[in-house]
Design a protein around this ligand. Structure first.
Ligand code: NAD
Length: 502
């Protein structure tokens, strides 16, 4: 019998898909109807009306007013901190529901949605971390520069203004809080647009934010797709800063759009990250962890997934064997069952794209070790693709160069450190990298030589207090830690004449 998520959707008592603008809920007008399908089954879960350009205009105007005329940007640190700290508690209190909504959103298995990294717990910690910065955002003071014109100079950090937060679909809880936390903590006002493929958790979060009773217009939610709703938001002249996470193609488009009016922009984009495995590493750990990047949890639909394994020849065959065994341990099924380890692909377009990359991998000479096909039977209606390994991949092949965003690992043989670094850096992207070796000196040498935003040595993870972002085409700017606060603030230099002693 085919699996179904509809009874779980019913239990969750979904909130209607509405917009939250200027402190009020309303139906989208002027957009189109959107039907949310579960990626695990392609069942219709719910429908709503998306926001058209007029709705987006209303949201940006509300945010503009709340910033230009409201109390929020100049609210004292203690008051803003106390207000936002309540959100951390509310997220924890509703964690189970939020984690389940995320499963319904994008097919992420509950085993992942309820374990720390992508969960409501992580989302709450991201808010908590940034709220913690509110009373610690210090400027600088400088030595008086010249006798001729003695002045005391200092800097103030000020909120940047109206922020447009645009989200992808793959981890809506932690990604939304990565945008909401810094913007509100800094004193900015926000219009957030979740992905049309994963709005359910963000709608619920908006209901929790409503309970804070922030001044009207400080937080606004618009729902809709990229071409209509997203486009209206990123081209709106009332937006001061665009904080975008998504694909490189959309990022390039947004960067061009932000040029008009010289609006600020941060981009968190895709990757084709390497996992470098030296012969002296703990090979079991290296192979299992690398394979997990493309097969456990979101099945490789993660920006930082290390999808290119660069493996020293001495251990190459053994690596492929262990990775294949790890791939065979993946369990697909009802995403709400804790035994299910991995997700389907988000939609039919992504399914077709991944299958065409797999076909291309074979045509260009990759050796298919496992997978390459789709499971049948009870999973037949969902967007599932079996974990796939291509060995003997060459650096020039399409599957070695382009982001696939699916359960596909390309294994490339290497000889020595110099080739490892050269091939690792041979990519238009530079988001993450993994290094597996027992030689700490080599690990550090290679980490320094890699052109990537985050480098994991013998392990890899993500935490709210460290910067995260990309080199090269993987992005612009950093989220996390103080970097995320500075990304939504402007620096003002103030100078005071010291005059002469009287
Ligand atoms: P996407 O670019 O298709 O969509 C992302 C968001 O942009 C969605 O909300 C979409 O509606 C919106 N959008 C699309 N066109 C737009 C336009 N013209 N104007 C304004 N907004 C528009 O990406 P996706 O498929 O949702 O996400 C997958 C991609 O995101 C992958 O490339 C992945 O690597 C990347 N990603 C990066 C990070 C990171 O932190 N670096 C994290 C997660 C995902």
């Amino acid at each position: 019998m085919a699996i179904t998520v509809l009874p779980r959707a019913h239990e969750l008592d979904l909130s209607p898909g509405r917009l939250y603008i200027d402190g009020e809920w309303s139906e989208g007008e002027g957009g189109s109807a959107w039907t949310h399908l579960s990626p695990a089954t392609n069942e219709e879960v719910t429908t709503w009306a998306t926001a058209g350009a007029a709705d987006v205009d209303r949201a940006v105007r509300a945010a503009r007013r709340a910033f230009d005329e409201g109390p929020w940007p100049s609210m004292r640190a203690r008051e803003r901190m106390h207000l936002l700290q309540r959100l951390v508690g509310l997220i924890h209190e509703n964690a189970d529901e939020l984690n389940r909504l995320q499963v319904l959103d994008n097919g992420m298995p509950l085993s992942m949605s309820s374990s720390y990294g992508a969960s409501a717990g992580m989302a709450a910690d991201r808010i908590d971390h940034h709220v913690g910065w509110i009373d610690k955002l210090t400027g600088e003071t400088f030595p008086v520069y010249s006798e001729g014109h003695p002045m005391q100079m200092l800097t103030l950090l000020e909120p940047i203004g109206v922020v447009a937060g645009i989200l992808p679909w793959n981890a809506p809880l932690m990604q939304s809080c990565g945008k909401i936390g810094p913007a509100l903590a800094a004193g900015c006002t926000l219009v957030i647009k979740p992905s049309e493929y994963a709005p359910l958790t963000v709608i619920r979060l908006a209901e929790l934010i409503e309970e804070l009773e922030l001044p009207d217009g400080v937080f606004n939610l618009v729902l809709g797709d990229g071409p209509v709703t997203g486009e209206a938001l990123v081209t709106h002249e009332g937006v001061d800063k665009i904080n975008f996470t998504g694909s490189r193609a959309t990022g390039e488009h947004i960067l061009a759009a932000s040029g008009k009016g010289i609006r600020r922009v941060s981009l968190e984009l895709g990757g084709k990250s390497p996992s470098i495995v030296f012969a002296d590493s703990d090979l079991e750990r290296a192979a299992v962890t690398t394979m997990a990047h493309v097969s456990i949890g979101l099945s490789g639909q993660v920006c930082s997934a290390q999808t290119r394994a660069l493996v020293e020849r001495e251990v190459y065959d053994e690596f492929v064997e262990i990775a294949a065994r790890a791939g065979d341990r993946v369990r697909y099924g009802d995403p709400f069952e804790m035994a299910t380890t991995s997700a389907p692909l988000i939609n039919a377009v992504q399914l077709e794209k991944v299958m065409s990359y797999i076909e291309r991998g074979g045509e260009e000479g990759g050796r298919l070790v496992i997978g390459g096909d789709r499971p049948a039977g009870e999973l037949g209606d969902g967007n599932w693709v079996n974990p796939t390994i291509f060995a003997d991949v060459d650096r020039t092949m399409t599957i070695a160069r382009e982001e696939i965003f699916g359960p596909v690992l390309s294994v490339i043989p290497i000889e020595g450190e110099e080739e490892a670094v050269r091939l690792a850096n041979d990519s238009p992207y530079g988001l993450s990298a993994g290094i597996y070796t027992d030689n700490v000196e080599r690990a550090m040498r290679v980490a320094r030589a890699l052109r990537a935003g985050t480098v994991g040595i013998n392990d890899y993870d993500f935490f709210p207090n460290a910067p995260f972002g990309g080199y090269k085409a993987s992005g612009l700017g950093r989220e996390g830690g103080r970097h995320a606060m500075e990304a939504v603030m402007e620096t003002k230099t103030v100078m005071v004449g010291l005059g002469e002693a009287s």
